[in-house]
Design a binder for this molecule. Structure first.
Ligand code: ADP
Ligand code: MG
Length: 566
């Protein structure tokens, strides 16, 4: 990479974790956001002084400060939902922008130059509004989004470059909050996504919640309406779940209100409490196979993506479902970010990737509302899809429609996205009215053309047959996305949320960890933690680097002694 040319970074903006990559020395490379962590938790918080906390230090406070911390906001991209953190309010786009800005900065530090362009991945099921929200978030973070890439496509890219033979893949992506199944066809260096399906409300977090419910069923008194206790239990459930990915019996213990609680979870019990979730994973797989007209036998590989596929339970399910072992050479929670780097390399037309061409599919159907004549009656509100789900993009489709009434002068073209027969169950994207000459019903015909680009922009063109005039609309604005001025305004507001020099993430993280340990311990241990945490805070207050370093090392040493016990 030449110095004068700023690289394009790849970003996996995940529900639970985000990661940043770049294409360096002919290969996708992960950028670590601190010295130890490879993934940045997608968690944003505000400290008691109104300063921002991002990633691990924010996540550490989910337990102690649930009202000042927000996670899983990606679920609300493109909606009007407002998150209140202390005295400040945020939309999901802005919280995402905060994460993206942090990743941009981490990349700049590691690469050593300013970064302004990115490829960002999105779940295949994200609709138009959600995709625009991701673009707006990128813009707020100071990034031009060169391409939005479907997450499963990214995973295929990460695996694809290593092995360019003719292959068919199924990508099984179970993250924190989303489930995506995609079928991918690869031949002569061409990658085609043939079908995608999924569930935007199913992920590893649901397994954690199922475990938490099981924990409460063992000690019903812990069901009390107490936010701190509830998130402590979630954290413990998460711990149990992760332990079970490497040992066969997981153990946690909790001290609450002077009582000690203890849990031992084995694979069998986990299986029982997650049965409902496991069966929910099957439907999208069947749907995708049927949409792509693929048989299980035609698949060469099953690729596991998403942190939750580290669970042996999920691996067994997938193995049984497909009657073979899935591929998992790459870390499942890094694979999407690595694929984004491959795409970034493609966008930059890196010569190492000259041979790879990428095609993609529409994740949902697009069409218009039509009326039908049933005898004497005209029934309205039926969906007539022009571009069907899983068509290759870019795509351009034309269909002809006719008038329903005699002397009708106007035709309303309403554009919907969705899969339902009735438009009322689909999402209205935009509408326009066109003027038509007054004739008998059915004598005026109109050509409607839908053109959908790789960036997810839909152009609708209408023309009355036999006439010159054409009406077009480009569907870029959607009700829940911010316009340019609003973005500029929020950008300014975000700029005022700079981190205080004292708030170096590692220091914040350490303080938060100490606070958490303090809550979990009792008696003398508690006093020891309190003493060293206090020394550390005093040092931070004085802003004397030497004493900060020594106080930090001492506190670290003390906390490490307790590490294995929680
Ligand atoms: P997302 O793409 O939604 O951001 P990730 O791919 O990072 O999510 O996966 C996050 C999920 O993976 C979480 O639900 C987390 O609990 C789960 N997870 C991460 N590591 C493990 C592990 N070792 N065992 C089981 N689950 C894990
Ligand atoms: Mg993911």
């Amino acid at each position: 990479m030449q110095e004068s040319q700023s690289p394009i970074i790849g970003i996996d903006l995940g529900t639970s974790n985000s990661a940043v990559t770049w294409f360096s020395e002919q290969k996708p490379t992960l950028i670590s956001h601190t010295r130890h962590e490879r993934l940045l938790p997608s968690v944003v918080g505000i400290d008691d002084n109104g300063h921002l906390l991002i990633g691990e230090p924010a996540k550490a406070r989910l337990v102690s400060h649930p009202h000042l911390t927000v996670a899983s906001f990606k679920r609300y991209m493109g909606t009007d939902k407002i998150f209140t953190l202390g005295s400040q309010q945020f939309r999901a786009e802005e919280l995402s922008a905060i994460i993206l800005r942090k990743l941009k900065l981490d990349a700049e530090i590691e690469i050593g130059c300013t970064v302004t362009q990115a490829v960002i991945t999105v779940p295949a099921y994200f609709n138009d509004t959600q995709r625009k929200a991701v673009k707006a978030a990128g813009q707020m973070a100071g990034l031009t989004v060169e391409r939005l890439l479907n997450e499963p496509t990214a995973a295929a890219l990460a695996y694809g470059i290593a092995d360019a033979k003719e292959q068919k893949f199924l990508v099984f992506d179970l993250g924190g909050g989303t489930f995506d199944v995609s079928l991918i066809d690869m031949f002569d260096g061409v990658i085609e996504v043939r079908a995608s399906s999924g569930d935007t409300w199913l992920g590893g977090d649901d397994f954690t919640e199922a475990i938490r419910q099981w924990m409460i069923s063992r000690y019903p008194e812990l069901a009390a309406d107490n936010a701190t206790l509830s998130s402590t239990l979630t954290q413990q459930a998460e711990d149990l779940k992760r332990q079970l990915s490497s040992v066969s019996v997981a153990k946690v213990k909790l001290v609450h209100a002077g009582n000690e609680y203890y849990w031992e979870l084995d694979e069998q019990t986990l299986h029982e409490c997650c049965n409902g979730l496991l069966s929910k994973l099957k439907k999208p797989v069947i749907q995708a196979l049927s949409d792509a007209k693929f048989d299980i036998g035609q698949l060469d590989h099953i690729i596991l993506v998403g942190g939750a596929t580290r669970m042996p339970l999920i691996r067994q399910l997938v193995t049984r479902m497909f009657n073979r072992f899935p591929r998992n050479e790459l870390n499942p929670d890094e694979v999407v970010a690595l694929g984004a780097a491959v795409q970034a390399g493609l966008v930059a037309e890196d010569r190492a990737l000259d041979d790879i061409v990428l095609t993609d599919v529409m994740p949902y159907s697009l069409g218009i509302s039509i009326a039908r004549r049933n005898g004497d009656r005209i029934d309205t509100g039926f969906f007539s899809p022009l571009i069907e789900r899983n068509s290759f993009v870019p795509v351009s489709v034309m269909q002809i429609f006719s008038t329903m009434n005699d002397n009708q002068r106007q035709l309303d073209i309403e554009v919907y996205q969705g899969e339902s027969r009735k438009v009322s169950d689909n999402l209205l994207l935009d509408k326009m009215s066109i003027t038509v000459p007054a004739r008998k019903a059915g004598e005026v015909s109109v050509e409607v053309r839908f053109t959908y680009t790789l960036d997810g922009i839909l152009e609708v063109e209408c023309k009355v047959i036999g006439q010159e005039t054409a009406w077009t609309m480009v569907i870029e604005k959607t009700p829940n996305t911010l316009n340019k001025e609003e973005i500029a305004q929020r950008l300014k507001a975000l700029d005022n949320l700079k981190q205080h020099p004292r708030d170096i993430p590692e220091n914040r993280q350490l303080s938060a960890e100490a606070a958490k340990r303090y809550e979990q311990t009792l008696g003398e241990e508690r006093q020891v933690i309190d003493y060293y945490a206090n020394q550390f805070e005093l040092a931070l207050e004085k802003q004397d680097l030497r004493s900060i370093v020594s106080a930090k090392n001492e506190l670290r040493r003390v906390l490490d002694q307790f590490k294995d016990r929680f």
